[in-house]
Design a protein around this ligand. Structure first.
Ligand SMILES: [Zn+2]
Length: 248
């Protein structure tokens, strides 16, 4: 008789628990996996069949989108990236937002929540005819700037991680500021350096994402390209930090 190691026992226990979790039957509709607040029900968390059903729903909706080459690069990028956990647990990870002036001239904001990006693209193409500024917004997560747009935005335009497109951000109406590290060009050093600066908070006029967002900060720093000779496997640090010895 062979005795199992504690590692094997732990693995058996893990699989037994997973089998129990997976045995919760799937509802007839994907929407019923979520509760009234649009969050994934706890019995379907870490539930293999439920996760596969959600992934399949999103993949199918994405594949069904016609004319994908005509979509903005940010949307194309999102269509090609896999779902991440915060999107899986949300009933509506997407929405379409728009702003229009009604017949009395008052500003009306509208939004429509969507389950899949494919569905959001369909609604966006429809709504855009009535409200040309209609935009698809990622509610669950922000996206980084696509490589082809890095360093290509005109002055005062910023990449909005949630609208997934370049935007003219506006200064926070209360003129709030925050302190952050900014990458700025140094003439004396001949390279970019990180400097602590107090800056105004900037806000996206459509989705209200603000410039404190880490994905905004990463996407909107000056981008540099480094060229490497063939065969170079590892980037050397750009500058050597020389520590002064003795008294200075
Ligand atoms: Zn935005």
């Amino acid at each position: 008789m062979t005795t199992k190691t504690s590692e094997q026992l732990a693995r058996d226990r893990h699989y037994a628990i997973q089998r129990i979790r997976d045995s919760v039957p799937l509802p007839a509709r994907v929407g019923d996996l979520y509760d009234g607040n649009g969050r994934l029900r706890t019995e379907f968390m870490e539930h293999g069949p439920a996760e596969r059903a959600i992934q399949k729903l999103h993949r199918r909706a994405g594949e069904a989108v016609p004319n994908q080459d005509a979509l903005p690069v940010g949307i194309q990028q999102a269509l090609h990236l896999p779902l991440i956990w915060v999107q899986i647990v949300s009933r509506y990870p997407w929405k379409v937002m728009w702003v229009r002036h009604d017949s009395t001239g008052r500003v009306r904001r509208g939004e429509l929540k969507c389950t899949t990006l494919g569905g959001a693209i369909y609604e966006w193409r429809r709504i855009r005819k009535l409200a040309p500024n209609a935009t698809i917004v990622s509610r669950a997560r922000g996206y980084h700037i696509p490589p082809e747009l890095r360093g290509e935005l005109p002055p005062r335009w910023y990449w909005c991680p949630h609208c997934m497109k370049p935007r003219r951000y506006q200064r926070d109406p209360d003129n709030r500021t925050f302190t952050t590290n900014k990458k700025v060009w140094s003439d004396t050093k001949g390279r970019f350096v990180w400097v602590e600066r107090k800056v105004y908070i900037l806000v996206c006029p459509m989705c209200h994402n603000n410039s404190r967002d880490p994905i905004f900060r990463m996407s909107n720093q000056p981008w540099e390209t480094r060229r490497f000779k063939q065969g170079v496997r590892r980037a050397k640090p750009r500058q050597r930090t020389r520590r002064k010895r003795g008294k200075s």
